[in-house]
Ligand binder design. Structure first.
Ligand SMILES: Cc1cc2nc3c(=O)[nH]c(=O)nc-3n(C[C@H](O)[C@H](O)[C@H](O)COP(=O)(O)O)c2cc1C
Length: 214
């Protein structure tokens, strides 16, 4: 797919249909993500993918806890970060915008989180415990490359804190090694026709975030 089309195709998908993704395609997407750059080619990333029975168990445990209103406790950082003013403004704009866009269906947003977006595949990204902060940068590049590679394969994606907010559940069912830090989760699948997937999240005017000095 042409790069501009890949970029345009990738957007946060919050409701997937039941179509599976083949192991071969998953392997190819992860192999493409490995082209991401990293400090000194350290390649700190490790990938654990949940499908099948493992996924069913994770979803059941997650839904039960989310519906009970249990606060998340992700391993990377606290749940409610204190955002600088500009980021806080953007986050509020997004939240107001999507709730307004969904109208009477706004409660589908919470339901989508509790059900882990109905995704047929969950990808967990980890780095060794005690890694330098630079490795988090590298893992972010890996995650974005993975999502763009997925788009190129016609696979949709959803990067979400929701997927890692109960790390003990992920650890229990994926048997994640104790020496790995669970950083981020990305759901993969194919988008269901649903208004939840149609909200065009805005972006700040480029002039506001760009300085070119000559
Ligand atoms: C680190 C990170 C965590 C996120 N966590 C969630 C989440 O828990 N739930 C959710 O609905 N969206 C989550 N998102 C998706 C963002 O809301 C989304 O990427 C943003 O609004 C921009 O929209 P777009 O991806 O469609 O361009 C997360 C995105 C990132 C990068």
């Amino acid at each position: 797919m042409e790069f501009a089309k890949v970029l345009q195709h990738r957007r946060a998908i919050r409701h997937f249909n039941a179509d599976p993704i083949s192991v071969n395609t998953l392997h190819s997407i992860v192999a493409a993500a490995q082209q991401a750059p990293s400090w000194g080619d350290s390649q700190p990333w490790r990938v654990t993918i949940a499908t099948g029975d493992t996924l069913v168990r994770i979803k059941a445990a997650h839904q039960k806890r989310a519906q009970a209103g249990v606060t998340g406790n992700a391993e990377l950082a606290p749940t409610n970060p204190v955002w600088p003013a500009a980021s806080r403004h953007n986050t509020q704009e997004w939240s107001t915008g999507i709730h307004h866009f969904l109208g009477a269906q706004a409660d589908h947003l919470d339901a989508s989180q509790a059900t882990l977006f109905n995704a047929p595949v969950l990808v967990y990204l980890t780095i060794p415990q005690g890694s330098p902060v630079w490795s988090v940068y590298d893992l972010g590049a890996f995650g974005q490359t993975l999502m763009l590679a997925a788009a190129d394969y016609g696979v949709d994606s959803m990067p979400a804190y929701e997927l890692v907010k109960y790390p003990d559940i992920v650890r229990q069912f994926t048997e994640l090694p104790a020496d790995q830090l669970l950083v981020m989760g990305i759901a993969l699948g194919h988008r269901q026709a649903d208004r939840l997937n149609d909200y065009p999240a805005g972006r700040t005017d480029t002039h506001q975030i760009l300085t070119i000095k000559d």
